[in-house]
Design a protein around this ligand. Structure first.
Ligand code: PMP
Length: 308
């Protein structure tokens, strides 16, 4: 499926996809200090479309910018509006939304960004299941990466910074080359942290565990799952665990805007549970899709409606 849509929002105006270009001396291209988001819009059961947790994603974008000291030239409200404008302009009923804020070219060509201009772009495109439709059903095979997740004083792990993703790309490339679907990264103390672009959960004896927010991104899907588990009365703890604990879990799954809820069926050649999506995973996955598609009124406040 081609990701190309018609229009991209670039610094306040919609421009044709092919004209949304940057200069090769763009500071972010050289040094990686830019921030971005990944957001999804879903067709709604009752008609129309909605962006899932739009305000939270835009808030995280601004928090990422604050962490890396990028002064945003727009307000959060303006970016929310611009995202809706871009979806409507492209007549996209369902798909992925990628806002990115980056440092352009100006007087500074060195490491310090100086007073170089800050640019904002919003791209949207149709995007199905990130790890494949089959993965959502059957689960994926993952591998402990040879790359550790960032130490909290090396990179800012709460910020969705472009440069942080070098670590993710290295881990994902290695996992794919070794015949796995995705990487699982340990933190620098050796505890399970997250996937290359997903948070991780394990289930043992009916209780769920997920690593606390230290080296991992504060996933908005992770937060939705924590809320969902609480509302469903499933015990959940945010607690560190080791890879061998995961090897003997009854179930495991990844969460993320792109990955949604993807079951994990194998880790480092060890089959998890029955080697397919477990009961708790299936229940959370079913309820998550009901939530994002507007089929559960209890979570209506997380859906930002629009029509194309
Ligand atoms: N961890 C990392 C490293 C990610 O890139 C993502 C995707 N944004 C996540 C976790 C999941 O976050 P979210 O549920 O907000 O998409």
């Amino acid at each position: 499926m081609s990701p190309k849509t018609e229009l991209i929002w670039f610094d306040g105006a919609l421009v044709p996809w092919d004209e949304a270009r940057v200069h090769v001396m763009t500071h972010t291209l050289h040094y990686g200090v830019g921030v971005f988001e990944g957001i999804r819009a879903y067709k709604q059961a009752g008609g129309g479309s909605a962006v899932f947790r739009l305000k939270e994603h835009v808030r995280r974008l601004f928090e990422s910018a604050k962490i890396v000291e990028i002064a945003m030239p727009f307000t959060q409200e303006r970016i929310v509006e611009a995202i809706l404008e871009t979806l409507k302009a492209n007549k996209l009923e369902e798909g992925y939304i990628r806002p990115i804020t980056f440092i352009g070219t100006g007087m500074s060509f060195g490491v310090s960004p100086g007073k170089n201009p800050i640019h904002n772009a919003i791209c949207v495109w149709p995007w199905g299941a990130y790890l494949g439709e089959e993965a959502l059903e059957l689960g994926i095979r993952i591998k402990t990466s040879s790359f550790a997740r960032h130490h909290v004083n090396v990179m800012m792990t709460k910020a969705k910074v472009c440069g942080n993703y070098v670590n993710s790309v290295l881990a994902k490339t290695e996992a794919l080359a070794d015949g796995y679907d995705e990487a699982m990264l340990l933190d620098t103390d050796g505890f399970v942290s997250e996937g290359s672009g997903e948070n991780i959960f394990m289930v043992k004896d009916g209780a769920i565990k997920t690593p606390p927010l230290t080296s991992v991104l504060s996933g908005i899907t992770r937060d939705a799952i924590i809320t969902l588990a609480r509302d469903l009365g499933i015990p959940l703890r945010e607690e560190r665990f080791t890879r061998d604990e995961l090897y003997t879990a009854d179930e495991a799954f990844f969460s993320g805007t792109a990955a949604e809820i993807t079951p994990i069926r194998e880790i480092d050649r060890r089959v998890i549970g029955q080697g397919r999506a477990g009961e708790v995973t299936k229940l959370l996955q079913k309820e998550f899709f009901r939530m994002v598609k507007g089929e559960n009124p209890a979570y209506a406040s997380w859906l930002h409606g629009y029509t194309v």
